[in-house]
Design a protein around this ligand. Structure first.
Ligand code: ZN
Length: 181
């Protein structure tokens, strides 16, 4: 950040009084511009034992398969964000079944939340951010073409937990280099 979004003056990167880390502080109006981690919410949409994946039409990782997920908007809950992203990317309405995976990515200041969800009536389409969408059986999952470690980890947990049909919340810190599945 170079300029204050409040008054347009230059900002300094300095430790405000009473704080313990550097912030962007306006030289003119004195406002402190806090920059905090961003939350990405998504779903693990399933139907009839299959998992709905989307092939990304946008960078990063264009052409790779992902679970529907995206940045939370102001004024919505994380579950609402996850359901909204599933509509936007896969044109699928879902019943949310509960929080499933939580990933901290401190190196890029992001937190991922995935909810287990059932695709209502098995209906889905291709959203504008997707090249294609498809329901995959476990043996059909394109493990080598998954977009992000968060996707790979969520799917790994799911197929493992599905054996016992018990799905505790799985929380992991993903810091490069990622361990292999
Ligand atoms: Zn200012």
């Amino acid at each position: 950040m170079k300029y204050c979004s409040e008054c347009g003056s230059e900002v300094s990167f300095t430790i405000p009084e009473g704080d313990n880390r550097e912030r962007h502080v306006c030289n003119e109006c004195g406002i402190i511009h806090y920059i905090n981690p961003r939350i990405i919410a998504g779903t693990l949409p399933t139907y009839d034992g299959k998992v709905l994946l989307c092939r990304r039409a946008i960078e990063p990782r264009k052409g790779y398969w992902t679970l529907p997920a995206g940045f939370m908007e102001n004024g919505e809950t994380s579950a609402q964000a996850a359901a909204r992203e599933t509509i936007e990317e896969a044109e699928a309405r879902v019943n949310i079944h509960g929080l499933y995976t939580v990933f901290n990515l401190p190196h890029i200041s992001q937190v991922y939340l995935f909810y287990r969800a059932e695709v209502i009536d098995g209906q889905y389409g291709v959203g504008v951010e997707s090249l294609e969408t498809q329901l995959f059986e476990e043996h059909e999952i394109p493990w080598q073409e998954l977009a992000f470690p968060t996707i790979q980890r969520t799917l790994k947990h799911y197929f493992e937990d599905r054996k016992s049909d018990v799905y505790p919340v799985r929380s992991e810190d993903l810091v490069p280099p990622y361990r292999k599945p």
